[in-house]
Design a protein around this ligand. Structure first.
Ligand code: MTE
Length: 314
């Protein structure tokens, strides 16, 4: 049983939810089902997202699409792996959608999703995804380097870090009722990490627009870091001078740091990070795979951390 980033067990909703809230929840689910006959039928009608082959793709076999869509971490929709696929397609409204760009930047503003989709050429990038819970997957993402957007909004000389804030709307996200973390979900990167060509502003996967449960309509993917650095359903990008405190670090600083680079030599306080289980290979005799430093992207990113003690800056 994977157990992180995972808070202490909670009472079941029926123990803590007053009847009025249950009623509201029922209305929400009904509304979601009505609006989201779209959502229910999404797998049949998912919109294609054409892209040219991009650099850095691994030659490894992609994890079956069904697994990546059904085994998700998106705590705004619940803490069970199946919750996001069950609820997000019915409840998450992805249009209209704007991303607020603010802080130390010359061109702040609200950037519309349909404009962002056209901002740069879409690329297919097949990346390894390594979750801190010690499972991994190989996912063909569709997007373009985050650097393309960053260059256009022109950060000032004071912008040393980028903070990502994701949607926290209690009307669409039943998981917000549980105080798993301090919502909204916040993540951050150092400016050079955010500008790195591997860091992908991601709009799709498996050749189609992102399913709701995988972070529609746009998310970040940072393949050399644990999966929790890749915030889903992004609504704000803030350029800041000081290192942001990310949600998991805030909730449990002894377990989660700012950098969160995949590192088989630095164990999580509660489990080893030396090996991983690949989604889809969990039969009785399936071997665990050794976890690679920087998730196998060391050639591209190790220089970003030259001289840093990665045991201290985890
Ligand atoms: N983003 C938000 N907003 N909320 C989350 O709970 N979970 C993170 C990350 N992004 C999460 C999130 C974690 S722990 C992982 S491993 C990846 O999303 C999982 O992405 P996937 O479900 O698309 O594989």
């Amino acid at each position: 049983m994977p157990n992180c980033p995972r808070p202490a067990p909670e009472p079941s909703p029926s123990e803590i939810t007053p009847p009025a809230v249950w009623q509201r929840r029922r209305e929400l689910v009904q509304a979601g089902v009505a609006a989201g006959l779209i959502g229910v039928a999404a797998p049949l009608r998912a919109q294609k997202l054409p892209a040219k082959p991009g650099p850095y793709s691994t030659m490894e076999k992609a994890t079956p699409e069904k697994l990546v869509k059904e085994y998700c971490n998106f705590y705004e929709f619940g803490t069970d792996k199946e919750d996001p696929a069950r609820l997000a397609p019915k409840l998450l409204k992805t249009r209209p959608w704007t991303v607020q760009v603010e802080g130390e930047v010359k061109k702040p503003g609200a950037y519309d999703i349909d404009m962002l989709l056209k901002l740069a050429a879409m690329e297919d990038r097949i990346y390894r995804l390594r979750c801190v819970e010690a499972w991994s997957a190989v996912v063909p993402w569709v997007g373009y380097p985050l650097a393309e957007l960053i260059k256009r909004v022109e950060p000032t000389g004071n912008a040393k870090f980028v903070e990502f804030v994701t949607l926290a709307d209690p009307k669409q996200m039943p998981g917000l009722r549980a105080s798993v973390i301090d919502w909204p979900y916040v993540e951050g990167l150092r400016m050079d990490e955010a500008m790195h060509p591997l860091t992908l502003l991601t709009f799709g996967m498996y050749g189609e627009v992102l399913p709701a449960q995988n972070g529609a309509p746009l998310r970040i993917v940072v393949p050399w870091k644990y999966g929790f650095k890749s915030g889903k359903s992004l609504v704000k990008i803030r350029f800041v001078e000081k290192q942001p405190v990310n949600s998991w670090q805030r909730s449990n600083p002894s377990e989660y740091g700012f950098y969160s680079n995949v590192n088989p030599n630095k164990d999580h306080p509660r489990w080893s990070q030396a090996t991983e289980r690949r989604l889809g290979e969990d039969g009785l005799f399936a071997k665990r795979r050794p976890t690679l430093m920087f998730n196998g992207y060391g050639e591209q990113v190790a220089s970003l951390y030259a001289g840093m003690d990665l045991n201290k800056f985890y």
